[in-house]
Ligand binder design. Structure first.
Ligand SMILES: [Fe+2]
Ligand SMILES: [Fe+2]
Length: 384
């Protein structure tokens, strides 16, 4: 293997997933046994896949991306605590967790796991899998993969750093905004997760949805209503039916939200306020109340003219709002919610998003149950 070529590829200006894809196929040219290369982020005890490459589409994108909470006793926890590379010569000897079963079902026999360390802390793991037992234990093969893993690891640390500076600032803005937002913080968490899930499901048919798209929507969906913090209390916390005037005040929140982001950018050190990330975030904030038939606000955009990220967030937001109990309304049953989406497909919602939601409704309900509101005090809330 030409290490220099791999190094140059890792340093190119392409997006992370494009560089990884190229490095994976280059490595497979020399090591055809390599069937999977996966990079997972590790944060607060939870491992979540960032990007995976497979020899063929062996494993469903959606199963693979379920975050895993690591058990203290697992061998991966040991890898994270000791920051040591782990070799598994036969995956059949491992405890049969859902994740291991997914790998063995796909025919994988061995693995190499490499901790990604930044500032003495494990921030992720690089995984390699092969269909041959003990594949990574051979000395010659081992060195190629350790070299590749260190390149991938520094690429990943670089990705984290690039986003860290302004994401921290945005997080502060979200916390300040949320302080007087009647929404529960669980709603914000669920918004990231539903939107991510919907994007992953859509990715099977829509090439525009890249790994970067998925990570962006997961991180930025919770910001959709940040503009609400400029809405006066009398309107924001009202449980009565809105007058026309109150409605028009409330409908300003997407525009206020965009202005808040502009202010955050102005006080931060972000050089490029028009970067793809910022545009993506602003699209979510400005257009999450647009309707597919053009009857939404603030711009009355129609169909595909509404950014895809906004169409996804709209479906996630309404799905969550309908299932939630609020001071002015009861929660709806799942049957009623499904009927509402069927009735409003092509009207309020992108029909493709509705179809994915309805065909995979159990997965969305699972998120809902895992992050329910029960421990938070509920006040009024109007999501749409
Ligand atoms: Fe909103
Ligand atoms: Fe919302």
């Amino acid at each position: 293997m030409d290490y220099n070529y791999l190094y140059m590829t890792s340093q190119s200006k392409e997006e992370f997933s494009i560089r990884l894809k190229e490095m994976f196929s280059y490595t497979r040219f020399f090591h055809s046994q390599l069937g999977r290369l996966s990079v997972a982020a590790f944060n607060k005890g939870v491992l979540s896949t960032y990007h995976s490459e497979f020899e063929e589409s062996l494993i469903s994108n959606v199963i693979e991306f379920k975050p895993i909470r690591l058990l203290l006793s697992s061998s991966l926890s040991e890898l994270i605590n000791n920051k040591k590379i782990r070799f598994v010569d036969d995956l059949n000897d491992m405890p049969k967790t859902q994740h291991i079963r997914m790998l063995t079902d796909a025919g994988f026999m061995s693995s190499l796991s490499f901790p990604i360390v930044d500032n003495d802390k494990v921030v992720g793991v690089v995984f390699f899998n092969a269909k041959q037992k003990s594949y990574f234990s051979s000395e010659k093969i081992k060195s190629d993969f350790i070299f590749l893993a260190s390149l991938v690891s520094s690429m990943f640390v670089q990705v984290i750093y690039e986003r860290k500076s302004y994401q921290q600032l945005l997080d502060v803005a979200l916390k300040i905004g949320h302080h007087r937002d009647p929404e529960t913080s669980q709603h914000l968490k669920r918004m990231g997760m539903y939107s991510e899930l919907l994007a992953r499901l859509l990715a099977e048919d829509i090439p525009e949805i890249t790994t970067e798209f998925i990570h962006r929507i997961k991180f930025y969906a919770p910001f959709h209503d940040i503009g609400k913090y400029r809405i006066p209390d009398a309107v924001l916390f009202s449980n009565a039916v809105f007058s026309d005037k109150e409605r028009s005040i409330m409908n300003m929140h997407p525009i206020y939200g965009e202005e808040i982001i502009d202010n955050v950018i102005a006080i931060s050190k972000i050089k490029n306020g028009q970067s793809e990330d910022i545009m993506f975030l602003k699209n979510i904030i400005r257009s999450h109340h647009e309707a597919f038939d053009g009857s939404g606000y603030p711009d009355g955009l129609v169909g595909q003219a509404i950014p895809l990220e906004s169409r996804i967030v709209t479906v996630a937001d309404v799905f969550d709002a309908l299932l939630s109990k609020r001071a002015y309304k009861d929660s709806w049953s799942l049957t009623e919610v499904k009927k509402f989406f069927i009735r409003n497909s092509k009207k309020l919602f992108d029909p493709v998003c509705v179809e994915k939601l309805l065909c995979n409704i159990d997965k969305f309900v699972e998120i809902r149950n895992d992050f329910d509101d029960s421990r938070e005090m509920l006040t009024s809330n109007r999501s749409f």
